[in-house]
Design a protein around this ligand. Structure first.
Ligand code: FAD
Length: 487
């Protein structure tokens, strides 16, 4: 089996926080009188160390190990700098006068966001489902963003990797084609432009695709795609415009390890990281993707969020000119979650590790052919699995005759693998809302395979919740209450 080169995003330069946002609050020793420390990993004698040193925030010595400690104060502290955390920050910065900090254990795009294929699609959403209105709103917001860039004389294709390709959801059998025909009717009734394509029409839209007489497709001409890395870079740059006003700061490579809760009213007052204490005057937003469940457990606040990682591989053939695709493609099996059992070298895996591989393919703005994708529950590992890459390749070869003539090994250095952990919620929709019993802590996670497409709608929803505004989309289907367990 051929070796795999793994796509690793370059680390971004760390931005120093603006001095104007550094807290003038008393050090933790004073605060400890009215606060209880939740979580177990922060050294409890940190307060004592502050008392002993009796100096301004800086380097504090606890035992023989130096601990960098600093304090900052913001209206809102966001945990997680994936597409969800960064777009929430953007929304708050644009729509309020609140100050915002984003804290991440690594860097943006190190999570699921950096692996995403970038489909901003309605084709895969079902009218009338809980997620429908949010998806529709989010789609509109992405389209407006691209349009605004265009109106400012910028090229959305360059800035966001934006392409209005339209989406093609296609099937190979009579049953799948009938299902797609019904979906087109449903989408059209819901006001989304959609057209059913017969096999003949499908072939003229997408000549590289293997099509036989039973094939059919749903074409949604207004579906789009973006490049997650470019989009994140654009959002970060926009957020940083607020640094000089003292309204924004980023803290990367700094994992959140605990929360400080007020002894008076139980509200969370601060987020503790490995290096700093972030006081939050208004809200904490946890947008930690697939780590949200484990993080909430570590924070020990009595709420079990059942989000878990669903690993995905994508195969990227760089500067690939053997086939050019006119649309974003997806086999309809991706949507109906057809699952096959994974056969590992050790034999059959258990149900939890079920692997599903469905064909997705698109040409991105750089001319790369992006092929996918796998879905499996195998914990938090992001190691590349060569057998999965082989399976993706075999699957796409079924759909593109030209690729059957090619050997993946020969493509060699021009192929990359992208791996990410989708934040999976068992009931198939994100959790967005306050944590029961902690009115100033909000969750915004669990978007699984749609986090890019749902990001702007989610950001708007969270910002409205924090500011106490009525939502553009009903908050109720995403409420945390009833979807998390105590403990
Ligand atoms: C192969 C693949 C293809 C996909 N394709 C698409 C697509 O075409 N369209 C689409 O809409 N979606 C797609 N997705 C899904 C999408 O990428 C995710 O839903 C989305 O990126 C989730 O964003 P997030 O911000 O919630 O999580 P993430 O991007 O994972 O960000 C979470 C952040 O939290 C940080 N964090 C975690 N724990 C801590 C802590 N203790 N302290 C501080 N920070 C912490 C992490 O470092 C990370 O940066 C795809 C995903 C994969 C894997």
């Amino acid at each position: 089996m051929a070796a795999i080169s793994t796509y690793r995003p370059a680390a971004k330069p760390r931005l120093k926080p603006s001095s104007s946002v550094v807290s003038r609050r008393p050090p933790p020793c004073a605060l400890a009188l009215r606060s209880s420390l939740l979580g177990s990993r922060i050294p409890v004698n940190l307060s004592a160390a502050w008392t002993r040193l009796n100096g301004p925030p800086g380097r504090v010595r606890v035992g023989w190990r130096p601990v960098v400690a600093s304090q900052h104060s913001f209206d809102v502290v966001i945990v997680g700098a994936g597409i969800i955390g960064l777009t929430i920050a953007r929304q708050l910065l644009l729509e309020s006068d609140l100050s915002v900090a984003v804290v991440d254990k690594a860097v943006p795009c190190s999570g699921a966001t950096g692996a995403g294929q970038g489909y901003i699609w309605m084709a895969s959403k079902t009218p009338g489902s809980d997620i429908w209105e949010l998806a529709l709103r989010s789609h509109q917001l992405w389209e407006s963003l691209a349009e605004n860039l265009h109106n400012q004389g910028l090229n959305p294709q360059e800035v966001l990797g934006w392409k209005k390709t339209g989406s093609l959801l296609f099937g190979k059998t009579v049953e799948e084609s009938a299902l797609l025909e019904r979906r087109v009717e449903q989408l059209s009734e819901a006001g989304v432009e959609a057209k059913f394509l017969s096999s003949h029409e499908l072939l003229s839209e997408e000549p590289a695709l293997f099509v036989d007489k039973e094939s059919g497709a749903a074409l949604l001409p207004n579906d789009c795609q973006l490049d997650a890395h470019r989009t994140v870079a654009y959002i970060e740059e926009g957020n940083r415009q607020f640094v000089s006003q003292g309204r924004y700061a980023e803290f990367y490579h700094d994992p959140v390890i605990s929360l400080l809760r007020s002894g008076k009213n139980g509200e969370v007052e601060a987020v503790l990281t490995s290096k700093s204490t972030f006081y939050c005057k208004k809200a904490v937003v946890v947008a930690a993707g697939c780590w949200t469940g484990s993080l909430m457990r570590e924070l020990d606040i009595g709420v079990h969020v059942p989000i878990k990682p669903r690993k995905g591989h994508l195969l990227v053939l760089e500067n690939f000119d053997q086939i050019r695709l006119n649309h974003g493609l997806m086999e309809v099996g991706y949507v109906s979650h057809q699952q096959i059992k994974q056969h590992s070298a050790a034999g059959l895996c258990n149900d939890e590790e079920m692997l599903s591989i469905s064909m997705t393919a698109t040409t991105d703005t750089m001319g790369n052919l992006v092929l996918g994708s796998s879905r499996q529950f195998v914990g938090f590992s992001t190691e590349a699995d060569a057998s999965i890459i082989d399976s993706i390749w075999k699957r796409v070869q079924e759909f593109f005759p030209k690729l059957r003539e090619m050997n993946l090994v020969e493509i060699g250095k021009d192929r990359k693998v992208r791996i990410g952990l989708r934040p999976y919620m068992p009931d198939g929709k994100p959790v967005i809302g306050t944590v029961p019993g902690l009115s100033n802590v909000f969750l915004a996670s669990g978007h699984e395979g749609s986090g890019l497409s749902l990001a702007l709608g989610t950001a708007e929803m969270v910002a409205d919740m924090v500011m106490g505004n009525q939502g553009k989309v009903d908050f109720a289907p995403f409420a945390v209450e009833g979807r998390v367990a105590d403990g």
